[in-house]
Design a protein around this ligand. Structure first.
Ligand SMILES: O=C(O)CCC(=O)C(=O)O
Ligand SMILES: [Fe+2]
Length: 257
């Protein structure tokens, strides 16, 4: 909810009502945003373009329309960025934000909107890629203590969790919960054709099989990641390697779906 004129460029209004500086959505999720009333101007940049908008210290701008970006000493790669994709969202209209697209939003009128974010089989790999990037950024930031801290890797996971909201262990748990639901749904389906209203609440066998194949790819990468290998998975049930093997078997058997 925000008054006319609020966006990244009017910090006072943002603090009280509305704040959407230049960003990509949490975990590189998809989002939709529906305008109940009012109008908003959106500026979009396809994934990767934000690299050209970084300042010389590697930081992203708060407001991509700020005159500060014309300073080529501070923003040396600004000229390499293509112009923003611009759109105006009217009352009653809904905008879909693709995974990993950076954007910023400006209220042209007093505006109320509702939005929702989600991850599914189509952007799960983007989420995993993002988490790896976040961990690398943390590790770089605290690299000077690597030799003197016995628990350095564990602390990096703690810092990552506090900055990003999730660590590698929780990401595994997330994959596990979804994988088990999809496996149950596929098993029920082969049983009696009882897919409708089953454990997946309306998901069909094709989507369940698709999700299982995407989760399998991502989990294989998680299990092979040197930092995940440092996580104590002794108490996990199932063990990540066992879940991966089970998923790989199901992927092989549902390949014909
Ligand atoms: O409406 C806004 O100010 C921000 C919406 C947004 O960033 C989104 O839906 O991803
Ligand atoms: Fe957003």
């Amino acid at each position: 909810m925000g008054p006319a004129g609020s966006c990244c460029g009017s910090p006072d209004a943002n603090r009280r009502f509305h704040r959407s500086p230049f960003h990509a959505d949490i975990f590189r999720s998809f989002s939709w945003s529906a305008n109940i009333c009012g109008r908003k101007k959106w500026l979009f940049f396809p994934p990767g373009q934000e690299e050209a908008l970084r300042d010389r210290h590697g930081g992203l701008p708060y407001d991509v329309t700020s005159p500060a970006l014309l300073d080529s000493h501070l923003y040396p790669r600004r000229g390499l960025c293509s112009p923003a994709l611009e759109l105006t969202q009217e009352a009653g209209e809904m905008v879909f934000v693709p995974s990993g697209w950076h954007h910023q939003v400006h209220n042209l009128e007093d505006t109320i909107s509702i939005n929702h974010n989600w991850v599914n089989g189509c952007n799960l790999a983007n989420m995993w890629h993002f988490l790896q990037q976040e961990l690398r950024a943390v590790q770089q930031e605290v690299s000077q203590w690597k030799e003197t801290m016995p628990d350095w890797h564990r602390h990096c996971q703690v810092i990552m969790r506090s900055c990003t909201g999730i660590n590698f262990e929780e990401f595994y748990h997330f994959l596990k919960v979804i994988a088990e639901r999809r496996l149950l749904l596929l098993a029920e389906g082969t049983d009696s054709g009882a897919m409708e209203g089953g454990a997946g609440s309306g998901l069909g066998p094709h989507q369940a099989a698709f999700d299982v194949s995407r989760i399998t790819e991502v989990l294989a990468s998680v299990v092979a990641h040197p930092d995940f290998q440092k996580v104590d998975t002794g108490m996990f049930s199932p063990r990540p390697e066992e879940l991966l093997q089970q998923l790989e078997e199901v992927v092989a058997s549902t390949a014909s779906l």
